[in-house]
Design a protein around this ligand. Structure first.
Ligand SMILES: Cc1ncc(C[n+]2csc(CCOP(=O)(O)OP(=O)(O)O)c2C)c(N)n1
Ligand SMILES: [Mg+2]
Length: 616
């Protein structure tokens, strides 16, 4: 008989997680950096007791909001390039459901997070328990079934021994470059506390390594043949380049073969923005340089990207005659999108093998010459948009310029997710090192920013983590600001207060709509809100200042560098101004009939723009 250990199911989970290791930069480390937890009756006695036992090896971190802590876990995984991750435990019902949005963020961004929501009693004796919904037609349903559509692997543990295969499958999914994403193990409350004689080997230390699938011979040969014929090639670099840590290979590939590189939101920083072949952002929030190459390209090598609509300009961006796309991606689902020639492989492996096969082949010298002049032209636009100003209400771009000038780039990580800022940052921010730009733009989830900043700081303690956040996102979720202070993880947070949902207001105007329900002034109001963000942040323990000019903002950023805790700078901004240079049409459906002439006009422009879409 092999050796067994008698543990509760929850204790088995805790001991198993503690034993999972990985090697980062040659150093062996626990693959789970910790477990975020908010306890309730659904997990305090089971998971709570189990986590207490392992707290010295697997720390438990208390948060203020389940969605917030899950965002922090998502950001931790992203900033760790998926090499390490965190788990999140909650009670049943509302605590569990509060994590759903963040599970969506992890799912869409392909980021590993382990969700451990408590679930109702498997034995059903005390039913209905507090916070249990009752489904009249299906006795097996609980609210946690809502995790299914936002999990790569979902399981409900109704007997203690079920956790054995479930934990093994969990690790396979979290560490698999293809399946990688959120895992939900829904832990029935009574089963968490139930004991079982677990095989001792379940808790043996296990060291996980990064799998790098190599390409299929035929797919590689086809990709090489296509690239060799390219006259106007372009590389699109997505987040997969960072997760594969293929940034050196990307740089070498672009340089060796003289191909310009455009970056998606997740791929920005894969090649430093000051590299001569880095054309910057592509698509809806793209630079004029990247989009010019995208429009005329005959061959596009898309590396590690999901090709979402912001990247493809809703599939109206690529206008090259007979344009061919090669999808270099570990995930076949992504590699074959829109008739791409799939090259299913790890980005690093794929780029290396492609480059070896291409040998001395180089794109025409005219491509590199165009890259130089287009980049120069774009950088002049950046300089103009981000220059200091004395305007009463600066633009987002001018605030970005001030932050960039005063923060310095080499050791900073810029964190953002939603509002008008992502578009402006995608165009204008200059990222200096891989991971220096952290934009959650798969879900673009308002409320991610501050909690996400905390996750980034936990992953990269040596970095200056700078969060830029709009007033709307700040109001949606700011509670983990307090957690950052509690945990001694300093963030620099710049709040841009334009008194409402500026970007949606602009989108509303662009689609012919009346100014309605976006900016506070255009909403149903008995008493105009005048939110004191500075006082609010201060009340949570942050050092907080409000500045009234770009010059003061730059000084304030310098001054807070010496602060020992999270520091918040608030600045009022103009809700209407954005960078006009660059950019591309985005498919947002405009009503076909309306009594508003503005809508009718927008509809006819919309129909014209749609004609450029390729249907794939
Ligand atoms: C959770 C969530 N709800 C709604 C949206 C849709 N949305 C995108 S940006 C935005 C407004 C953001 O306001 P703010 O943070 O003030 O930024 P601004 O647009 O003013 O720059 C809204 C409502 C979203 N992305 N996420
Ligand atoms: Mg706003």
């Amino acid at each position: 008989m092999s050796k067994t250990i008698r543990l509760t199911m929850a204790q088995a989970v805790a001991h198993f997680l503690k034993a999972q290791m990985t090697v980062v930069d040659g150093k062996k480390q626990p693959i789970f950096a910790g477990v975020w937890g908010i306890f309730g009756h659904g997990n305090v006695a089971g998971m709570g007791e189990a986590l207490y036992q392992v707290r010295n090896d697997l720390p438990t971190l208390r948060a203020h909001n389940e969605q917030g802590m899950a965002h922090a876990a998502v950001a931790f995984a992203k900033a760790s390039f998926r090499q390490r991750f965190m788990a999140c435990t909650t009670s049943i019902g509302p605590g569990a459901l509060n994590m759903i949005t963040a599970a969506g963020v992890a799912h869409v961004n392909r980021l590993p997070v382990l969700f451990l929501p408590g679930d109702v009693f498997a034995n059903r004796i005390p039913d209905p328990v507090l916070q249990q919904i009752e489904n009249f037609g299906d006795g097996t349903v609980s609210v946690n079934d809502a995790f299914r559509c936002v999990s790569r692997y979902f399981d409900r543990i109704t007997r203690p021994e079920q956790i054995i295969p479930a934990l093994k499958r969990t690790m396979q999914v979290l560490t698999d470059p293809v399946d990688c994403g959120p895992v939900t193990l829904s832990l029935c409350q009574d089963v968490q506390a139930e004991a079982y004689d677990y095989p001792a080997s379940l808790f043996d230390e296990k060291v996980w390594t990064h799998r790098r699938p190599r390409p299929d011979t035929d797919e590689l040969a086809s990709a090489i043949a296509t690239l060799r014929k390219a006259e106007r090639p372009l590389i699109i670099a997505g987040g997969g380049v960072l997760y594969s840590q293929a940034t050196a290979e990307l740089k070498a590939f672009a340089g060796m073969h003289g191909i310009p590189v455009a970056v998606t939101q997740a791929g920005k920083s894969a090649l430093p923005d000051d590299h001569p072949l880095c054309m910057g952002s592509i698509g809806v929030t793209g630079t004029s340089a990247a989009n010019a190459f995208a429009e005329e390209a005959d061959v596009i090598l898309a590396v590690g990207t999901r090709m979402q609509d912001f990247t493809t300009g809703s599939w109206a961006l690529f206008k090259g005659e007979g344009v061919k796309m090669i999808g270099l991606n570990t995930v076949a689902f992504d590699a074959a999108k829109h008739d791409s020639q799939p090259l299913v492989a790890d980005a690093r492996e794929g780029l290396t093998l492609l480059s070896e096969a291409l040998g001395g082949w180089k794109a025409s010298a005219s491509v590199e010459a165009a890259a130089k002049s287009r980049k120069q032209e774009w950088m002049a636009a950046v300089k103009k948009a981000t220059a200091a100003t004395n305007a009463d209400l600066p633009s987002d771009a001018q605030v970005i310029g001030a932050v960039q000038r005063s923060i310095g780039g080499d050791n900073s990580v810029l964190v953002c997710a939603a509002g008008g800022l992502p578009g402006e940052l995608h165009k204008l921010w200059q990222a200096h090192r891989p991971g220096g730009y952290h934009m959650e733009y798969g879900f673009s989830c308002m409320g991610y920013e501050i909690a996400g900043g905390l996750g980034v700081k936990l992953a990269r303690p040596e970095a200056d983590v700078v969060v830029m956040v709009g007033d709307g996102s700040y109001m949606m979720m700011n509670s983990e600001l307090s957690t950052s202070i509690m945990l001694g993880q300093k963030l620099t947070i710049v709040v841009l207060d334009n008194r409402g949902y500026g970007c949606i207001n602009r989108l509303q105007m662009a689609t012919g709509g009346a100014n309605f329900n976006n900016l506070l002034k255009d909403s149903m109001i008995e008493m105009m809100p005048d939110i004191d963000f500075r006082a609010h942040a201060e009340s949570m323990g942050a050092v907080a200042v409000k500045v009234s000019s770009i010059a003061d903002l730059e000084t304030a950023i310098q001054q807070i560098k010496g602060n020992d805790r999270t520091s918040v700078i608030v600045i009022d901004t103009d809700p209407l101004v954005t960078t006009q240079e660059g950019g591309h049409w985005w498919d947002v459906a405009v009503p076909e009939v309306s009594p508003r002439p503005e809508v009718n006009k927008a509809r006819s422009a919309y129909e014209k723009a749609r004609a450029a879409q390729t249907v794939g």
